[in-house]
Design a protein around this ligand. Structure first.
Ligand SMILES: Cc1ncc(COP(=O)(O)O)c(C=O)c1O
Length: 401
């Protein structure tokens, strides 16, 4: 009797962690928003016309045609290129943080830093406290690490310090993840007094603080506020994450962090396991660019680019949003957060908006807790002032229906 071969079996099921991790709805929306007839207020990509293509080409040329060519194509140190780390520490020091190159770990974008921190600090099932709403891809990273993201109640100035202590005690949280300056998605900035109170509260609750800071350099007006990590009570418990993505180029994938001493070794081990090190050639080119340009001057140019765009969007939203709407008025970053009058549902409005030729992101995706359906995120990053004005008019028309 012929023996028939066993029936083919499907592969084993995916890990629970991956099955539970949502693909970012923003990515899918961004694909739709790329159609030429759509004005996109959805993305948070830096304006392409701000990229210093000749400067970066010269930096890569210098690396690849000079004595560092072979080194740039070789494996390198997990912590990052020493000269680049010095440059990044000097830049971080401008935000009120004492840092030397030794304190810096270079990461593959600041996104990687979030994953390294989650795996260094947390076991599966542990908790990290978050603002609500917060950065969508941080929620994804925590999900993938099987870490619960639990919202901290708060107000327009940020999480409430008493609530931080209470939620930390109730959940046994390991850390709080905060974006104190020009937050994504709201554009809000925590005032200094709230930073000080949160630092004290984190100390009382024995929490690590994760300060994600991609946007503070993109200040368009107003006075700079020192980082949360500069607060005396926060100094020894805060991991500060910054990035070259918003000030130079996200394609370089150069992020960096400064961690309290006790976490430096563990984070370097996590980095080694993740990808050994960040691209050597990208690091050396970034270092050459930083050595031959004044980053602060370059950033002043970015602010001059974004300022009229922010102003155009705020003015047009003020004109076209229905009465009873509110919006943030950010002094920097790339985002404005809109709250429509009670009863509106931003997700229901989105198909009408796309049909009208404008894209935005419904706010519900950014919540770890109960979403507020009236909210939405718009960005002034990539459109021209005229397009932003037209986009806001189309949005207003879509809201009315
Ligand atoms: C709050 C926040 N954190 C981290 C990132 C990731 O940036 P990158 O990995 O390019 O440094 C972003 C990008 O939009 C962001 O908005």
């Amino acid at each position: 009797m012929a023996i028939s071969p066993p029936a083919p079996r499907a592969g084993a099921p995916l890990s629970r962690r991956l099955a539970d991790t949502q693909s970012s709805p923003v990515r899918e929306l961004l694909e739709t928003a790329m159609q030429p007839h759509i004005i996109s207020l959805a993305g948070g990509l830096p304006a392409p016309d701000t990229f210093d293509v000749p400067g970066l080409r010269a930096a890569f040329d210098e690396v690849l045609s000079g004595p560092d060519a072979i080194r740039s194509l070789q494996y390198s140190l997990t912590e990052g290129d020493p000269a680049l780390r010095e440059q990044l520490a000097a830049f971080m020091a401008k935000s009120g943080i004492e840092a030397t190159g030794h304190d810096i770990l270079v990461t593959t974008g600041s996104q990687q830093a979030l994953g390294l921190i989650a795996s260094a600090l947390c076991d599966p099932g542990d908790t990290i406290l978050v603002e609500d709403p917060t950065y969508l891809a941080a929620l994804q990273t925590f999900q993938l690490a099987d870490v619960n993201a639990v919202p901290i109640p708060g107000d327009d100035d940020g999480p409430d310090p008493e609530a931080l202590i209470e939620v930390a005690r109730r959940t046994g949280a390991k850390a709080a993840y905060l974006i104190p300056t020009f937050q994504n998605p709201t554009g809000r900035t925590m005032p200094l007094a709230r930073r000080a109170a949160l630092a004290e509260a984190a100390a009382t609750a024995g929490l690590w603080l994760i300060e994600d800071d991609p946007y503070s350099a993109l200040r368009l007006d107003g006075e700079p506020v020192d980082l949360l990590a500069a607060q005396p009570a926060a100094r020894d418990r805060t991991i500060v994450i910054q990035t070259l993505s918003k000030v130079l180029s996200p394609g370089l994938r150069i992020g960096y962090l400064r961690a309290p001493k006790a976490l430096r070794g563990p984070l370097a081990v996590a980095k080694q396991a993740a990808d050994l090190h960040t691209s050597t050639v990208a690091q050396l080119a970034a270092e050459r660019w930083l050595a031959s340009h004044d980053l602060s001057e370059h950033i002043a140019g970015l602010a001059a680019h974004y300022r009229p765009r922010r102003d155009a969007l705020l003015a047009a939203l003020g004109e076209h949003l229905p009465e009873g709407s509110s919006m943030t008025s950010p002094e920097g970053g790339l985002f404005v957060w809109v709250t429509l009058p009670d009863g509106h549902d931003a997700e229901e409005i989105l198909p009408r908006a796309l049909a009208n030729g404008v894209a935005f992101v419904p706010g519900k995706y950014f919540y770890a807790g109960e979403p507020v359906k009236e909210t939405l995120r718009v960005s002034f990053a990539t459109a021209t002032p005229a397009e932003l004005a037209e986009g806001a008019a189309r949005l207003g028309a879509a809201i009315i229906g």
